[in-house]
Design a protein around this ligand. Sequence first.
Ligand SMILES: Cc1cc2nc3c(=O)[nH]c(=O)nc-3n(C[C@H](O)[C@H](O)[C@H](O)COP(=O)(O)OP(=O)(O)OC[C@H]3O[C@@H](n4cnc5c(N)ncnc54)[C@H](O)[C@@H]3O)c2cc1C
Length: 410
Amino acid sequence: MSAETSFDIAIVGGGPVGAVLGALLRRSVYSPRVLLLERELPDLAMPANTTDLRFFALSRASERILKAAGAWEPLLQTPSALCAYERMHVWPRDTDPRGEGSLTFDAAELGEPDLGRIASNEALQRAGLTAFIGAGGEARAALVHDLHFTDCSVELSTSIGTVSIKLVIGADGGRSVVRRAAGFDVEAQEYGQLAIIANLASERSHESTAWQRFLGEGTLALLPLANGQSSLVWSLPRDRAEALLAAEAMTFNAGLTAASMGVLGNLSLASERRSFPLRRVSAPHYVRERCALVGDAAHIVHPLAGQGVNLGLLDAAALVQQLDEASREREDPGALRVLRRYERWRKSDNEVMSLAMDLFNRFLAFGGDGPERWLRRGLGFVGRSAVLRRPFAERALGLAGDLPDIARRG
Ligand SMILES: Cc1cc2nc3c(=O)[nH]c(=O)nc-3n(C[C@H](O)[C@H](O)[C@H](O)COP(=O)(O)OP(=O)(O)OC[C@H]3O[C@@H](n4cnc5c(N)ncnc54)[C@H](O)[C@@H]3O)c2cc1C
């Protein structure tokens, strides 16, 4: 590719956030020419992998963003990768799953058809890319190595040549090359925990419910899948997790069933096990002249409440709204003052969520008896009051906070 290109914006990274961002940009009034560079571009003509292990709990706000991006319809085309969940049930270590101290959010009680959808990472990425290409975006398989900033453009060194662009957006995940090459600092904190993920068969139906237990040494989440299985996210101290990863399947299954208190009967592995180290990462700045970060490139939060991708989609929607407004006012979309508006908007929201997840993890998921007693009392108190449950449910639906226009209630 030559240094001079006919694109206005380059997105580095075509994961769920980068792909949806590209589709939103193409469908905006601004409608820039967008080049998306992705290291491992999936072949959209081939069927999706059916053994994806990473599933997201998409909030209502994310659903609206995906609809506005044109990615919702393609996602519905893969029904096996999408499951509506109608209830969310949370309980602490030392109570029965349905005992005092447990808390249930019910879609019917809130007058909602469901609380959200559980979607596979791969299905979401493919739906985003389909929408992006369908809206006239150009996606190329390429690895971006480095960036060089000049006064009025950025040069990207990539495996397919050099690209010169007015604005580059880093959607290249937690180990972002854009973040490093653009000189952004990061604040990172290792939790010393691993999250084990796997797909599970269960003796009893998951009842379209997302189940979560605070264990005192981490959290256990069981997300309902369309094929009747459940997706496991089990966060534990590293040594405990490593022992469980190395254990025979029968031993693992027994430990898992005990940790879930048999809420779905006996649980057994229906896939391999994988794990991810858990970290909290936050870039003090998301923008500089001609460059912005979105999604995991800007922030990684503990997966305890499954908010990672939801925050990234909100970043994408907020950035597109700012760029759209700038183009209407005939401002340069790569100008720092334009990009700063996006940073101010999203950074505070993301920081609040990141801190909340950190506190939950520190004091509730890993707390001793003191915090756990407070958790039990707190959950029980909220659980008994429909009025108190509503603000928590609004958070879970992703409808709290300063939302981009396309994520608001219609
Ligand atoms: C165990 C675990 C469970 C999780 N569960 C949930 C959950 O339930 N709900 C939820 O919302 N979130 C969850 N998350 C978080 C979620 O996975 C991330 O927040 C989400 O994937 C971020 O999307 P992204 O598009 O920003 O980044 P990524 O998905 O990391 O995508 C980045 C893309 O950039 C590409 N790329 C990287 N570098 C380059 C380069 N140099 N050149 C070109 N391309 C490049 C990569 O190939 C990749 O496709 C979980 C995370 C973990 C670890």
